[in-house]
Design a binder for this molecule. Structure first.
Ligand code: KIV
Length: 270
């Protein structure tokens, strides 16, 4: 039986990309329109990040994000994406309490959300959780370094691994995540040299955000690269477009035309 659908990126594909030195491009998406545009553009992985809470819901941190919110965003993205691998974040408190809750919530993101993999934050201390989820054939992406769900422990969103003790801990975290069976790992907010060393030393792809160019791939938040998030502008963000200004112009024009009685015109009336 032949299948005319475009082939979806798989975890073995990402592994092969690392092996041949082909960079992996990842962006976050939280809704159907943006997910569709980036899928058509050829993005490799779409991450339904819990950053949704900050950039789409206006929370100050990712901590309030719930499973139901992640399922809503994941379903919208999964409906739009046919080529890229869809990875969904397990939000805070959906995997930390016990293994059976972690397994159920990971399974829900796949079964009800339509994701192909889940991501969770932490290294050595979540290795057992990663192992438990992988054991039910749900692929897991790890996330170490600056882990936003640990904002209160870190005392803010700070680069991790500048001091040798922290760098040693991050090496341990990377090793633990790999040994637990993760299929890839996000390295966030760590010195470029340390990220390069970790990338060279592990067999799974590393996806960097604020971790230098030597990672196997890069991820950024879509609202940050399009100039849609005025709240924060971390050093690692590059702005590729400013659609806030375009959106504002469109809205200004609409308000002006409604107030002036110019819209709707005859062509928009029955
Ligand atoms: O939630 C998110 O968007 C993320 C990425 C920034 C890595 O975890």
């Amino acid at each position: 039986m032949s299948d005319a659908r475009p082939k979806r990126k798989t975890i073995p594909d990402l592994q092969a990309m690392k092996a041949r030195g082909e960079k992996i491009a990842v962006l976050t998406a939280y809704d159907y329109p943006f997910a569709r545009i980036m899928d058509q553009a050829g993005i490799d992985v779409v991450l339904v990040g819990d950053s949704a809470g900050v950039v789409t819901a206006g929370y100050d941190t990712t901590l309030p994000v719930t499973m139901e919110e992640m399922l809503y965003h994941t379903r919208a993205v999964a409906r739009a994406v046919s080529r890229a691998l869809v990875v969904a974040d397990l939000p805070f408190l959906s995997y930390q309490v016990d293994l059976s809750e972690a397994r159920r919530n990971a399974g829900r993101l796949v079964k009800e959300g339509g994701a192909q993999a889940v991501k969770l934050e932490g290294g050595v201390h979540v290795a057992e959780t990663i192992r438990a989820i992988v054991a039910m054939d749900v692929p897991v992406v790890g996330h170490i370094g600056l882990t936003p769900q640990s904002v209160h422990r870190m005392g803010g969103y700070r680069v991790q691994g500048r001091e040798e003790a922290q760098a040693a801990q991050l090496r341990e975290d990377a090793r633990a995540v790999v040994e637990a069976g993760a299929c890839a790992v996000v390295l966030e907010g760590i010195p470029a040299a340390l990220a390069a060393e970790i990338t060279a030393g592990i067999a799974i792809p590393t996806i960097g955000i604020g971790a230098g160019v030597q990672c196997d791939g890069q991820v950024l938040v879509i609202h940050d690269i399009l100039g849609l998030c005025e709240k924060y502008s971390p050093k690692f963000v590059k702005r590729y477009a400013d659609i806030s200004a375009t959106v504002r112009t469109g809205i200004d024009d609409y308000i002006r035309e409604v107030k002036a009685g110019v819209f709707p015109g005859e062509e928009h009336s029955f």
